[in-house]
Design a protein around this ligand. Structure first.
Ligand SMILES: NC(=O)c1ccc[n+]([C@@H]2O[C@H](COP(=O)([O-])OP(=O)(O)OC[C@H]3O[C@@H](n4cnc5c(N)ncnc54)[C@H](O)[C@@H]3O)[C@@H](O)[C@H]2O)c1
Length: 284
């Protein structure tokens, strides 16, 4: 008889979902640590992968029951029931696609990048896996989702960050904007969500999440600002329609490991994993 059938603890261990993390940077590392501690009753951290293998190995070394460090995206998907995508590159779309084609559930942190892959959403609808998109660094998606069935006639998002949050951005470099020379709050961009995610792919996951929550009929206007005096990343949503109006403001502490990432985004990813596995769901 297999060992786990005799031993209830081993049986419980075997019933846990295997979770693998792709991208062991600021978000992936914190989610992996949380899975191996507070979420260990639900998931087994089975595998880690990063294009920078030293990073994946370094993370594994800090975890009590280390997961296997694998050497490709395909390998990781084979080793997991639930995949966490937390990469800072165009591979995000490929990871989501491969996970869904394999019938796995995937938590995608790079929500902005997914908008460029229109085929992923029909694929997710017919996959036996699930596509989980966390609210990330913004409050109010619950209300937007509810409001979308009555119609949202006006929708704006204003995102504001300190200069460090935009360093290395190709759009800003091309426009010749010297972030360090700015003395007051300055609008860097105003336009559609599609253009916002194209020009600010590492900063604007929030815009993509807002657009997806508000649904296809709401027209989202995005404004991106740099604020030299700001200490945190802020997002303001304004929505109007037959339901009334919604105003939210979220002031995010910056993640210590990556100034482009808000700490709330990490917490939101962890909470989405808890919600996926739990029987009680609070909020829309
Ligand atoms: N949903 C949200 O609200 C939200 C908020 C912040 C960040 N994000 C997004 O989450 C993602 C991760 O953010 P982060 O702060 O952890 O980034 P990070 O730069 O700290 O880490 C990214 C990691 O991905 C690895 N990587 C890159 N390409 C890879 C590939 N092809 N295969 C495997 N690993 C690869 C890098 O080596 C790095 O270790 C980014 O796309 C970011 O834009 C989302």
């Amino acid at each position: 008889m297999k060992k786990h059938l005799k031993n209830p603890k081993a049986l419980a261990r075997n019933l846990r979902l295997r979770l693998g993390v792709i991208g062991c940077g600021a978000i992936g590392s914190r989610i992996a640590r949380s899975v191996s501690k507070e979420l260990k009753g639900i998931f087994t951290l089975s595998a880690l992968y990063d294009i920078d293998l030293v990073r994946a190995k370094g993370l594994a070394a800090t975890i009590r029951h280390p997961a296997s460090v694998v050497s490709s995206i395909d390998d990781l998907i084979d080793h997991a029931d639930v995949i966490v995508e937390a990469v800072n590159s165009t591979a995000a779309g490929t990871i989501v696609k491969k996970s869904l084609l394999a019938g796995k559930t995937v938590l995608a942190m790079s929500v902005g990048r997914l908008l460029e892959h229109a085929t992923l959403f029909p694929l997710a609808r017919k996959s036996s896996g699930k596509l989980l998109l966390p609210s990330g660094a913004v409050a109010g998606l619950d209300a937007l989702k509810a409001a979308s069935s009555a119609g949202i006639t006006k929708l704006t998002l204003t995102s504001s960050k300190p200069p460090a949050g935009f360093s290395g951005n190709a759009y800003i470099i091309e426009k010749g904007i010297d972030l360090d020379a700015l003395k007051k709050d300055t609008i860097l961009f105003e336009g559609s969500v599609e253009d916002a995610v194209r020009y600010f792919p590492q900063n604007i996951n929030v815009a993509a999440a807002v657009a997806l929550a508000a649904g296809p009929y709401a027209v989202l206007r995005v404004r991106i600002m740099v604020s030299p005096s700001a200490r945190c990343n802020s997002h303001e949503i304004f929505a109007e329609g037959p339901f009334g109006s919604i105003t939210t403001r979220t002031d995010n502490t910056v993640c210590p490991d990556n100034p482009k990432t808000s700490y709330l985004a990490v917490l939101s990813g962890i909470q989405t994993l808890k919600g996926f596995a739990g029987n009680i769901r609070v909020g829309t």
